[in-house]
Design a protein around this ligand. Structure first.
Ligand code: ASP
Length: 300
């Protein structure tokens, strides 16, 4: 089984990942963690795009489960000598890893790699495609805070066109019964977007507001905005959040751009911001994903 998209998962897989993620979250808060569920397995990380949270949390997750973890040094690899991604995958496959975690700038790359690999492949973000483990950790974070997801009003605001986090979250949170409100600047809304994309309307009465960074690396042209203009027009400010539900929470997959899509003080507000909790949940949910995906390899 591969985890390429939220569509790769059955409802029962999702339930298992959220439940187990919650359990690993508590486990990770213990002073000593020495699980050996993946003892004897080799997990390879191949990240062809930058990452702080996702790469480190996959490394830590695999280590906490007792696996041997290898992270490919892409900058020093033969990709720089003209090797194709497919040939790199054939090479990795010959080393018999037990799971491959891949991030790539090209949407669809993890799925083509999965057809070459004999082990489970996890998509850790493919261009503007999907980022399924981010959505799973977001859902687990929301559920930990509210005890449920069904019926929550969740606003997802920003660069909806290019954000793989948004694409996976829209699929997952809809399946889990949340009421989504989507908003962003007209230039950064998907071509088939319905509605006016107003952030004020999206945040009004929302239980959770998930802000997204402008994916400048995926834009052909500079997104022209004077300093402060984006925040005023499309960002999360104290004035906007005041119209949300009284116990609203603020989320962001990171990296945050303070003063652009979010007022830094809101990102830091310990009563509302779940941003750091999302990072902590990221390790736990990735442990659950690795455990689920490798389980069939370990069963006799
Ligand atoms: N870290 C997330 C991603 O890799 C969000 C972002 O970069 O804006 O998609």
């Amino acid at each position: 089984m591969d985890l390429i998209s939220i569509d790769s998962l059955s409802d029962s897989d999702i339930a298992t990942i959220l439940d187990e993620g919650d359990r690993w979250f508590d486990y990770n808060r213990q002073p000593r963690r020495n699980a050996d569920k993946l003892d004897g397995l080799t997990i390879v990380n191949a990240f062809f795009e930058n990452s702080t949270r996702t790469l480190l949390s996959f490394e830590i997750a695999a280590n906490r489960l007792g696996a041997q973890v290898v992270t490919m040094q892409v900058e020093m690899s033969s990709i720089k000598k003209g090797e194709t991604l497919e040939d790199t995958a054939r090479t990795l496959n010959a080393m018999r890893p037990d799971a491959l975690i891949i991030r790539h700038g090209l949407s669809g790359a993890p799925s083509s790699i999965a057809s070459i690999m004999d082990c489970p492949v996890i998509n850790a973000g493919d261009g503007s495609g999907e980022h399924p483990t981010q959505a799973l950790l977001d859902a687990a974070t929301l559920r930990r805070r509210f005890g449920r997801i069904a019926g929550l009003k969740v606003a997802i605001c920003g660069d909806l066109k290019h954000s793989r986090v948004a694409h996976s979250n829209i699929k997952l949170l809809t399946r889990l019964g949340a009421e989504l409100r989507l908003a962003g600047p007209p230039e950064l809304l998907p071509d088939d977007f319905q509605g006016d994309g107003s952030i004020d309307a999206a945040v009004d009465g929302a239980d959770a507001v998930m802000m997204l960074r402008i994916q400048r690396e995926r834009l052909d042209e500079e997104f022209g905005d004077a300093p402060g203009e984006y925040l005023d027009r499309y960002g999360l400010t104290a004035a906007r959040i005041a119209k949300a539900a009284p116990d609203v929470v603020v989320m962001h997959p990171g990296p945050i751009n303070r003063g652009v899509e979010i007022d830094g003080a809101l990102a830091d507000d310990p009563t509302r911001s779940l941003i750091i909790l999302q990072v902590e949940m990221g390790v736990a949910v990735r442990m659950a994903c690795l455990d689920l995906l490798t389980a069939e390899r370990l069963s006799p």
